[in-house]
Ligand binder design. Structure first.
Ligand SMILES: CC(C)(COP(=O)(O)OP(=O)(O)OC[C@H]1O[C@@H](n2cnc3c(N)ncnc32)[C@H](O)[C@@H]1OP(=O)(O)O)[C@@H](O)C(=O)NCCC(=O)NCCS
Length: 195
């Protein structure tokens, strides 16, 4: 990290928030910047009810125009980095993983992931991608704490996040309505010191 002197005081510059120069290689996945050509596939995942029930927004009515506008917005966002997750064996695009609310003052951010190709569930791809992205956040963005929200009925995600080093830090009781019931949202955290 560079240090600059201003009016006799030293400030430690935050690292530039941006995508890595190279793809991030994990044990099972490769992570790279999301490309415009990935949007159509991503939309089919977001609209799939068996995937969407786990996500933070209802994407059922998402239009191509909205998805394109979101992608355009991302290109200049300093708060968000969105990655495509590929199977390392054949480079098939199987999901997306993102860092949001990147705060270089607090050194915090949030993470989200969707493995949209369901035949890849429960095979370690999601955990591998999350591990890759949090390693990048800790080592290259100087993030020290990463947070996420997960619904209490998403047992697979909770188990996967624990494998990646996340611990539960808060419960938002009955704040999510799904399938006729109110469910808890768990807030989980992974700190650089603990990982
Ligand atoms: C959540 C998600 C990223 C996890 O990725 P994944 O590749 O399926 O998960 P992994 O195989 O790495 O790990 C899943 C773990 O959960 C376990 N698991 C699966 N179902 C479970 C259940 N009902 N209860 C408890 N554990 C369960 C698996 O056994 C596995 O643990 P193991 O490796 O010790 O056997 C992926 O399933 C996904 O994208 N799901 C849909 C969208 C979503 O839920 N996104 C997260 C929103 S917060």
């Amino acid at each position: 990290m560079k240090t600059k002197k201003t009016a006799g005081r030293s400030f430690v510059n935050s690292p530039v928030i941006g995508y890595p120069g190279n793809n991030i290689l994990g044990a099972k996945t490769v992570v790279r910047k999301l490309q415009r050509r990935d949007l159509e596939r991503s939309m089919t995942w977001l609209k799939d009810p068996s995937v969407n029930k786990f996500l933070s927004h209802d994407f059922n009515n998402l239009t191509v125009e909205q998805e394109e506008a979101w992608y355009d917005f991302l290109q200049n966002s300093k708060d968000d980095l969105v990655f495509a997750v590929l199977d390392k064996n054949d480079l098939k695009h199987i999901g997306n993983c993102a860092l949001h609310k990147i705060d270089p003052m607090k050194n915090t951010c949030e993470i989200g992931i969707v493995i949209g190709e369901k035949k890849y569930w429960n095979r370690g791809f999601g955990s591998d991608a999350v591990k890759n992205v949090i390693r990048f956040a800790f080592n290259s963005l100087n993030i020290s704490r990463i947070l996420l929200n997960v619904y209490s009925y998403n047992k697979r995600a909770i188990s996967s996040y624990k494998k990646c080093g996340f611990v539960q830090v808060k419960v938002l009781e009955k704040d999510h309505f799904y399938d006729g019931e109110h469910w808890d949202t768990l807030v989980m955290e992974c700190s650089r010191a603990a990982c």
